[in-house]
Design a protein around this ligand. Structure first.
Ligand code: PEP
Ligand code: MG
Length: 596
């Protein structure tokens, strides 16, 4: 992103970047520079191989020690940051144990006679190149994974060569932290209380770093290109984490406007915190159930304190990721049981592995079709793949049933488009249930958990009356439903305008599904990102939704929207939105309703 005015060191200068963490930050800019990394390319003699391998082992040990220390430090960070960074630390630690990466490095020392730092650098680059060449996943995901491998390599090289790491602790209190770029593990070292805000010149809106910074709760803007050039340490800056604007050397009027905004945000934050204990009901007394989506187990404490009544969507993919083999039944049962126990009697809806398309699971690579599909999102994904490989489904179903002995669970199938898929999955569930009952030494619930489906294809929404005969509940996944309805990739950049869950066509499918579910007498919830948009929530109630599941952070604002409306107002809104001709039309209707 480019500066929006001509630079001059002392006049006000404005820049824009990706707003990644909301809030206003005001303070002096101080840059946290990454010390340059020098890597020797020296060759060694065969006689020096053993000593070089020893140097490598010592550096690996130091790297493990640092990562474990970082993991311990996570306990002092907000829970969201833990959720984001801990699995990453685990993955780094895993890569430092017995993976391809280390085998490759050792071979480069032993057979290529490279010194250890050159071996680490060339091997990490080679592995990053292999990741980038894989065609099965989206480019952003590949870039992220390649960066992670490189980052780990840099850590090992710094430890091998004793070159210093970046230091954030010596920057003055209350600073705005500026950096060319930040990695997630850098973000884990930042004490939020020390800084007023953060910006970088490089970096996108949806990487790990962005999520980490959001979780730290500091106003942050990433990718504000040119901001650091010619900026003297101590230059006063305003960061607007809601709009992505950065103002350097602000004039008095800009400073006063920022201070007013900051005071208003502080007031709103306090009133949201009070909402946690209040019930989720409209002004006319209609109760709306709010549940949380869980992507990583570290989110559990945050969910428990968010005011959520259960987990409406447990994305079980995390259990299968970053490992070379599939998790067995006992491992899965332990994980599900601990989550069910932590929810203390509130229901947990566990979605079986939604794998394929952009959701990559390394350990399952061998189950992917031999010939790459030209349109993976339209090919073997979710329940389609699981029905092809029923042993994987059976193992997961058995583990979920066993977790049902610890509290209420529901089983959910992803990417359903045909009733036959539900029938086949239910037959599989019955088979697993019969088998489990023959086993001794395992705890089982009295009855089978309910089996429901994600409604995330137009076919499943349109066929809802038939699907309701075979499914015990529906959960509308607006992320995919929007993608498949509009034939627009959900990973498209925000400005593309093609992918928009507020398109009336998508709203009609939500309305149809809610109406059919109600007629069939089965529960229906909505668990796509749309559920977390407070402005859209009255519309969803008007469309017939009474149960919403979202990221735990979003619950207070959504509850506030529910408590500020009535069912009658929601129904008028929905009626008007269904008549609108475009998503922009719907947005105008929502905006005018909020303004009145
Ligand atoms: C959805 O598609 O809306 C959904 C909740 O599932 P996911 O985002 O995991 O595909
Ligand atoms: Mg989905």
């Amino acid at each position: 992103m480019r500066p929006t005015s001509t630079p001059s060191p002392t006049s006000e200068r404005r820049f824009s970047g990706h707003p990644v963490s909301p809030g206003i930050g005001i303070g002096p800019v101080h840059e946290a520079r990454e010390p340059a990394l020098h890597v020797s390319t020296a060759k060694i003699t065969p006689a020096a191989v053993a000593a070089e391998l020893e140097r490598l082992e010592a550096a690996l040990e130091r790297s493990r020690h640092q990562l474990n220390k970082l993991k311990h430090r996570l306990a002092t960070l907000p829970e969201d940051s833990q959720a984001e960074i801990a699995p990453l630390m685990d993955m780094y630690l895993h890569m430092l144990s017995s993976t391809r990466l280390l085998r490759g490095v050792r071979v480069r020392i032993q057979e290529g006679l490279l010194c250890a730092e050159a071996a680490v650098q060339t091997e990490t680059e080679a592995q990053a190149a292999v990741i980038m060449a894989q065609q099965v996943t989206d480019k952003a995901g590949r870039l992220r994974r390649a960066d992670e491998v490189r980052e780990l390599g840099r850590r090992v090289v710094r430890n091998l060569t004793r070159q210093p790491f970046r230091n954030f602790a010596n920057l003055p209190m209350g600073s705005i932290l500026g950096a060319e770029s930040l990695r997630p593990s850098d973000a884990a070292l930042i004490q939020p209380a020390r800084f007023a805000g953060i910006f970088t010149a490089e970096g996108g809106a949806d990487g790990h770093t962005a999520v980490m910074l959001r979780a730290l709760g500091l106003p942050a803007v990433l990718g504000a290109e040119g901001t650091l050039a010619g900026t003297a340490p101590g230059t006063i800056a305003i960061i607007d984490g809601d709009t992505g604007e950065i103002i350097l050397n602000p004039v008095l009027a800009s400073l006063e406007a920022a201070r007013r905004k900051l005071a208003e945000q502080t007031r709103i934050k306090r009133s949201l915190a009070r909402l946690q204990r209040l019930p989720s009901v409209t002004r006319c007394g209609l109760a709306v159930q709010l549940q949380a989506n869980l992507e990583l187990p570290f989110e559990l404490p945050m969910i428990a304190s968010s005011g959520a009544h259960g987990i409406g969507l447990l994305r079980s993919e995390f259990i299968f990721m970053n490992r070379e083999t599939l998790p067995d039944e006992d491992t899965q049962a332990r994980i599900y049981t601990s989550i069910v126990e932590a929810m203390d009697g509130d229901p947990v809806t566990i979605r079986v592995l939604d794998w394929g398309s952009d959701k990559e699971v390394e350990a399952l690579a061998r189950y992917q079709p031999a010939v790459l599909e030209p349109n993976p999102a339209l090919g073997l994904r979710g329940i389609r793949l699981l029905l092809r490989h029923q042993a994987i489904l059976e193992t997961q179903l058995a583990a979920i049933i066993r977790a049902g002995a610890a509290g209420p669970v529901r089983i959910m199938l992803p990417m359903v488009s045909l009733a036959a898929e539900v029938v086949e999955a239910r037959a599989c569930l019955q088979r697993v249930w019969r088998r489990l009952k023959r086993r001794r030494n395992i705890l089982l619930p009295d009855t089978l958990p309910p089996l429901g489906i994600m409604v995330e294809t137009p076919a499943s929404a349109l066929a809802a009356p038939v699907l309701a005969k075979y499914a015990d509940f529906f959960a509308i996944g607006t992320n995919d439903l929007t993608m498949y309805t509009l034939a627009a990739d959900r990973a498209l950049p925000a400005g593309s305008k093609l992918y928009d869950p507020l398109e009336p066509a998508v709203l009609r499918l939500i309305h149809l599904t809610a109406t059919f579910a109600q007629a069939a007498g089965i529960p229906v919830s909505l668990c796509g990102e749309l559920a977390s948009r407070p402005q859209a929530v009255p519309l969803l109630l008007g469309l017939g939704i009474r149960q919403l599941s979202m990221h735990g952070n979003a619950i207070p604002r959504v509850k506030q929207a529910i408590r500020g409306t009535t069912l009658a107002a929601c129904e008028v809104l929905a009626e008007r939105a269904l008549q609108a001709e475009s998503a922009d039309g719907v947005r105008n209707i929502l905006a005018s309703a909020t303004a009145t």
